[in-house]
Design a protein around this ligand. Structure first.
Ligand code: UDP
Length: 241
């Protein structure tokens, strides 16, 4: 569908990120979902960010479904929050410094406490909320540069976090940048994840719709995505014309 997703398992994704950390990067990791794929199909600059990313994993179950329908199956769903938590464990084990950027005031620091409780040896070299103005951005960038993280996890919502990383990561000289969506809210205990049976059946989106009904507008892309996948399967075409 014009957007490349790496056919990796969770373990392979982690190994690729470790390779980036060892090589010094910089590399961007995107945890993609159907909404981002639909956006990238309409927006050339976002499509370029996808192409230039070091690793794009299928966060949304819809991408795994699409890959099966289109005959090039992805091995499994690599949920962004699970990848991020495994990455935190890896960072703790190997001594990589982690910076958390995003979410409402106080959430990133609460998420940092949760991670540090789980991994006492983890070095979180800084946190900052995600509601800074364009004027405040310089200060945020300076804070990150001075903290010298190996991993910069950005939770500004997709695709803003991907665009932000593409613009700033190389100059910040951060080896690995990863967009983590709502993960800080979950780690801080503000948002509950769907029960496991729903996650396993690809129904996490339904759970979110029930808990956060105001998101329904953003979910209208789901039928459009399914239609685009089926159009491509049966006609080989990427666009309706
Ligand atoms: N967020 C932020 N700054 C903004 C907009 C959003 O820090 O200007 C945060 C928001 O508080 C949340 C995260 O971005 O913690 C991701 O939001 P969401 O759950 O909507 O994730 P998405 O589905 O967009 O990836």
């Amino acid at each position: 569908m014009g957007v490349g997703i790496d056919p990796v398992t969770m373990a392979e994704a982690l190994a690729r990120i470790e390779g980036l950390l060892q090589g010094g990067g910089p590399g961007q990791v995107i945890t993609a979902n159907p909404e981002m794929v639909m956006l990238a199909r309409q927006d050339e600059s976002l499509a370029r960010i996808f192409q230039e990313a070091a690793l794009v994993v299928p966060d949304g179950y819809g991408l795994v479904w699409a890959s099966r329908v289109l005959g090039r199956p992805l091995p499994e769903r690599v949920a962004g929050i699970d990848l991020f938590q495994s990455l935190a464990a890896l960072a703790a084990q190997k001594g990589y410094r982690l910076f958390l950027l995003g979410a409402r005031e106080g959430i990133a620091s609460q998420a940092a406490l949760t991670l540090q409780e789980r991994h006492p040896e983890l070095i979180i070299c800084g946190t900052h909320h995600g509601y800074f103005s364009p004027d405040e951005e310089r200060q945020v960038l300076d804070r990150i540069r001075e903290a010298r993280p190996h991993i910069l996890a950005v939770a500004l919502g997709a695709p803003r976090q991907e665009i932000w990383l593409a613009r700033h990561q190389a100059r910040l000289e951060v080896p690995v940048g990863i967009g983590i969506g709502g993960s800080l809210d979950v780690l801080a205990g503000q948002v509950q994840r769907a029960p496991r049976w729903m996650q396993e059946r690809g129904l996490e989106w339904l759970y979110r719709l029930i808990r956060e009904p105001w998101r329904y507008k953003r979910m209208l892309f789901i039928p459009r995505f399914a239609a685009a996948v089926l159009l491509q399967k049966y006609t080989g075409r990427r666009e309706l014309s």
